[in-house]
Design a binder for this molecule. Sequence first.
Ligand SMILES: O=P(O)(O)OC[C@H]1O[C@H](O[C@H]2O[C@H](CO)[C@@H](O)[C@H](O)[C@H]2O)[C@H](O)[C@@H](O)[C@@H]1O
Length: 267
Amino acid sequence: MKNLALDGASHALFFDIDGTLLDIAARPDDVSVPAPLKTGLQQLTRKFGGALALVSGRSVRDIDRLFGDLKPRASGCHGGELRLLPGGEVFMAASGRLPAAIMENLKRVAASHRGLLLEDKGVCVAVHYRAAPTLGAALRYELEAIIARSGETGLTVLPGRLVYEIKRSHVDKGTAVEAFMRLPAFAGRQPVFIGDDITDIAAFSAVKNVKGGMAWSVGRELAPATRIFDDASDVRAWIAAEARAELQRSPAIAPRLETGARNARLA
Ligand SMILES: O=P(O)(O)OC[C@H]1O[C@H](O[C@H]2O[C@H](CO)[C@@H](O)[C@H](O)[C@H]2O)[C@H](O)[C@@H](O)[C@@H]1O
């Protein structure tokens, strides 16, 4: 078991979701969230004084669909959405949905090639090509041409795991981490970001800009992160061990998810 020696009083924890907390699946809706992961995150939220957030490319709405009652502090759409308080309001850090003309073109492209999947997440959009991996380079070219032809500035095509994300350029996972670090629950703590993908690099850089901040990658070296975990199950095992240690430290805390979510909201 990994002994990473984090201190609940002085660190803050940020987790990417797909490939970090959850195993990669064929389609976005095929992932499953093991119940022990939810209770583990709930215990860690308590241990770290509420200084824990999920920072994802998924929308916050989708995060809540997956994690149910947990409703953690979260950023969705690669920094485009922010929920700064557990169970609180979701703020749009990016300016609204993508223009209708761009959406139409993205839908046309997705429909014209077998194996492409368009995921409309509101302030960002994903075009998945996991089922058509050979399309990667041509698809990127086509998506960038759509953005360029639209005349719309401030949009980026961000490559991820067999996916291209179309998002506003002024937000990313790094700006999301910075927003959380300004909150009282996080301020003065040393942030740790755990992620597996190149879309996490902005967040890795953001935590490394804070004195004592640490960037930990999953499954591969991803500078400026250090590879710590082998895969998502390794991350989940570490969370479970940390959660067990926290339960032993304060056994009076009821492990039921509902209770934990309420406690997290108070943190
Ligand atoms: O930033 P993350 O929390 O890691 O989210 C990144 C994207 O994850 C999802 O797509 C990826 O995972 C799918 C399920 O395993 C997989 O089928 C797909 O190929 C991956 O790209 C999600 O659908 C996206 O919206 C997220 O941006």
